[in-house]
Design a protein around this ligand. Structure first.
Ligand SMILES: [Zn+2]
Length: 275
């Protein structure tokens, strides 16, 4: 059994501040907490019989996970600029996809460190009428390759958002968000135990799971923070401007829709407010 793992970082138990996930003095302990949770997911999958693991480091510079520390002799995709971004590496040969240490969307009411890809660009996103964050948008790739998202870990908002798109998904909640910068976390050891058990449970009922339930053609309605970002978006094919700061992306191929989203995220980085 072959498992794909996309790992973010803001959904890790104990993480509540950007300093723990970017370049602050707290980062080294933040990445260790993340590694332990990724390893817990691998261990749980191995308990359930998985033997091949591919981990895609999907946060920031995408070099958070130290390869020699990964369990399960997992292969690692690291480094920036990947055509399929947070889902790089997934294809139809995988039996299951795990989203580890994910976080709530920028639109969620209580979600620690909430954002949807780029917090200075994306104000709100809906997929086929459901509010989505990174998990829901990334689910387009799993839909394309017909791979179930079997496990997601993160806070309570992350679990709630994932269930709208992948109702069968095993959701392991490791912290309860209070605000965008406060959460009540399980002790890291408890969080890892729950993740390990959740991963094993997910694979045990993989036979009853299906790929994310996203109707096609799929539509992403996106609100951006400024009109300039929306203007840039209209340079892409199949993108319709629906308002001064809003865009509609529609496609009957989920992978092409995801690629359009990735292109939107890439080109909007060309505008910086303070240059
Ligand atoms: Zn993220």
């Amino acid at each position: 059994m072959k498992v794909f793992i996309s790992s973010d970082i803001e959904g890790t138990a104990g993480i509540v501040h950007w300093e723990q996930v970017l370049n602050g003095p707290e980062y080294e302990s933040g990445r260790t907490l993340l590694e332990n949770e990724v390893n817990a997911a691998i261990d749980g999958a191995a308990d359930a019989g998985a033997s091949e693991f591919l981990v895609n480091d999907a946060h920031y510079l995408m070099q958070n996970l130290r390869p020699e520390r990964l369990h399960g002799r997992a292969s690692l995709i690291s480094g920036k600029h990947k055509p399929l971004y947070m889902m790089e590496g997934l294809d139809a040969t995988f039996d299951a996809a795990f989203l580890v240490s994910y976080h709530g969307s920028i639109s969620a009411e209580h979600a620690v460190l909430s954002h949807t890809y780029n917090p200075s660009v994306v104000y709100h996103a809906e997929l086929n009428g459901h509010v989505v964050g990174e998990s829901g948008i990334n689910a387009l790739v799993a839909r394309h390759y017909d791979v179930p998202i079997a496990l997601i870990t993160g806070d309570d908002a992350t679990a709630e958002e994932m269930r709208r798109i992948a109702p069968d998904c095993e959701c392991v909640v490791v912290k309860r968000s209070i605000t965008r910068f406060a959460a009540e976390s399980l002790h890291p050891e408890v969080a890892c135990e729950r993740i390990r058990e959740g991963a094993a449970r997910a694979l045990a009922r993989l036979g009853q799971m299906s790929a994310p339930a996203i109707d096609l053609p799929a539509t992403l309605e996106v609100q951006l923070t400024t009109s300039d970002y929306a203007e840039l978006g209209t340079w892409l094919p199949n993108v319709e401007r629906t308002g001064p700061r809003s865009l509609r992306l529609t496609d009957d191929e989920p992978l092409r829709l995801y690629r359009a989203w990735v292109a939107l995220m890439a080109i909007t980085r060309a505008i910086r407010e303070q240059e």
